[in-house]
Design a protein around this ligand. Structure first.
Ligand SMILES: Nc1ncnc2c1ncn2[C@@H]1O[C@H](COP(=O)(O)OP(=O)(O)OP(=O)(O)O)[C@@H](O)[C@H]1O
Ligand SMILES: O=P(O)(O)OC[C@H]1O[C@H](OP(=O)(O)OP(=O)(O)O)[C@H](O)[C@@H]1O
Ligand SMILES: O=C(O)c1cccnc1
Length: 497
């Protein structure tokens, strides 16, 4: 197996990633090619239908990984040989060998606050190629968006205290550990314990030490002293291997005092990883202050999540730094974002024709047409609502008329001060028109976007629902297609005579 490369996103450069797809994408591509339909222009959009429970928003992430995949997309000779063994004919393999991706792409930048049913990516190009993109696009976006969203909640609960991402050891495989760490940083974590994520993405690497370090020495003090000698300027001592109050904390204080006696100026930093974190942190705070350490750093870890952190805050815990692993990187309470990729328009002789997917479940009926997302704000720059406009439709200003996605009869009007467009054009004719953005910039962007939203959308329980509406033209087209597909027709009751 090849190693991950050391470029910004890494795994996109694997030479066999064109096969990282579901088999049916390739059989459909074959079918389109066989019937000469593969070059027909189509438009697909990526969106998710619902937020994780209790979430008022999501934070987009993973786009760079998808773009990296696209930048390197190619079928290599061994991929083609493998597909040949599966029975695909040589002419098809020849077509794949010279596959030149040609597409236009619009996307909401990473680190944006987004909501259900918004087209986070819109891609236009040959039907065959766009179909092939479905699986890898969903795979690239769904998980990072979930983890970035979770991280934003965890950091919100921590009220500005630094949160370190500690999840690699319990992540879903090496790639979960990597893309999860990247997403956690976008969501607000100050750094990660994942060293490769530091190298690949420029994430800050951070850490303390394990219980095994202490257990490997004859005494706890000896262990602390040895660690302090190796890293005199920056240590956090893990104090719960034996007995935090009677042993770990006093021994850590002894070692920090020794550093002081050597002329150093340690803040005094410990990690608590078990027991009653509120009670122990208060006790540690008191003992450090009595020993003349005015502002000790008290790190907590142990199966933390946003609810537990909020609860510890409520209890007045004297914790000022958090290490969060498993629950964040696995998004344990909601392990998959159900993002989907749907055909919304197809280019026929007369131009673009919108397409709709009908469902008995009204929330699953798609919004037809090639769309843009417009976010409206009030005069204090607080977002009011997002509207999905059709491409080419004029954007309303001032008094805005909008329609409920599921009940098109319902018209909503509101007054807006200004608006922004969320999606940006990122590729034209298969060529990328934007450069990758650094991880610190993505984190800063996410923070700025999040703080635009008032607390009621961000609180951890029963957040206010943010509205996503259809524009007048998007609603009209949806209504027309629903009508054409018999959606409003009701079956006559009773039997025919
Ligand atoms: N004050 C507190 N309020 C609420 N939850 C807490 C508090 N202190 C700790 N917890 C959480 O309770 C859970 C259980 O922690 P606890 O230390 O009892 O078990 P443990 O991990 O098995 O400990 P040990 O390693 O000593 O066996 C953890 O998720 C921990 O973060
Ligand atoms: O609880 P999480 O949120 O997943 O955070 C990471 C956990 O991983 C480590 O424990 P582990 O028992 O693996 O190793 P240790 O000996 O260093 O404690 C660490 O001490 C945390 O408890
Ligand atoms: O550095 C740490 O303290 C750390 C790293 C990974 C998992 N748990 C803790």
């Amino acid at each position: 197996m090849e190693n991950l490369s050391d470029t910004a996103a890494g795994w996109g450069e694997r030479r066999d990633s064109a096969l990282l797809t579901d088999y049916y994408e390739i059989t459909m591509l074959y079918g389109f090619w066989k019937y000469g339909r593969h070059e027909q222009q189509a438009c697909f959009e990526y969106f998710f239908r619902s937020l994780p429970p209790h979430n008022g928003f999501a934070l987009s992430a993973g786009l760079e990984q998808f773009l990296d995949f696209l930048r390197h997309f190619a079928f290599n000779p061994s991929d083609l040989a493998y597909l040949g063994q599966q029975g695909f004919e040589p002419e098809f393999l020849e077509y794949l060998a010279h596959f030149k991706p040609d597409f236009d792409l619009w996307a909401v930048p990473e680190g944006s606050v987004v909501f259900p049913n918004e087209p986070l990516i819109r891609v236009e190009g040959p039907l065959g190629f766009l179909q092939l993109l479905e699986t890898i696009l969903l795979n690239s976006l769904n998980y990072p968006t979930l983890v970035a969203t979770k991280a934003a909640r965890v950091c919100y609960a921590a009220e500005g205290d630094p949160v370190m991402e500690f999840g690699l050891r319990r992540a879903q495989g090496p790639d979960g550990g990597l893309s999860g760490a990247r997403a956690a940083i976008i969501g607000g974590c100050v750094g990660t314990s994942n060293v490769l994520a530091g190298k690949l993405y420029g994430a800050k690497i951070l850490g303390t030490h394990a219980h095994s370090w202490v257990m490997s020495f004859e005494s706890e003090t000896e262990a602390f002293r040895a660690y302090a000698k190796a890293f005199p300027n920056n240590i956090t001592l893990l104090v719960d291997t034996y007995d935090p109050v009677n042993s770990g904390i006093p021994n850590a204080i002894t070692v920090f005092r020794e550093l002081r006696a050597q002329g150093l100026n340690p803040r005094g930093s410990i990690r608590l990883d078990s027991g009653d974190l509120a009670k122990l942190s208060k006790e540690a705070w008191r003992l450090f202050r009595e020993a003349g350490f005015e502002n000790p750093s008290i790190v907590a870890s142990n199966e933390l999540d946003e609810d537990l952190i909020a609860d510890l805050k409520r209890q007045g815990a004297k914790i000022n730094s958090w290490g969060v692993g498993t629950n964040l990187i696995t998004s344990r309470d909601y392990p998959a974002l159900g993002g989907v990729y749907k055909l919304v328009a197809i280019h026929e002789a007369g131009g673009w024709e919108p397409r709709i997917k009908i469902s008995g479940n009204i929330t699953k009926i798609t919004d037809p047409g090639r769309k843009r997302i417009i976010r409206y704000y009030d005069h204090e720059n607080h977002p009011l609502a997002d509207l999905l406009y059709l491409e080419g439709e004029p954007v309303q200003q001032g008094r805005v008329k909008a329609y409920d996605r599921e009940n098109l009869q319902k018209e909503i009007t509101f007054r807006a001060d200004h608006y922004t467009e969320l999606s940006q054009k990122m590729a034209e004719g298969g060529k990328f028109t934007v450069a990758p953005v650094s991880l610190p910039e993505l984190q800063a962007r996410a923070q700025a976007n999040l703080t635009c939203f008032p607390d009621e959308y961000r609180r951890l329980r029963y957040p206010q629902t943010y509205d996503v509406f259809l524009s007048p033209e998007a609603a009209r087209v949806k209504h027309t297609l629903l009508e054409a597909n018999g959606f409003y027709r009701t079956e006559a009751a009773g039997k025919e005579e």
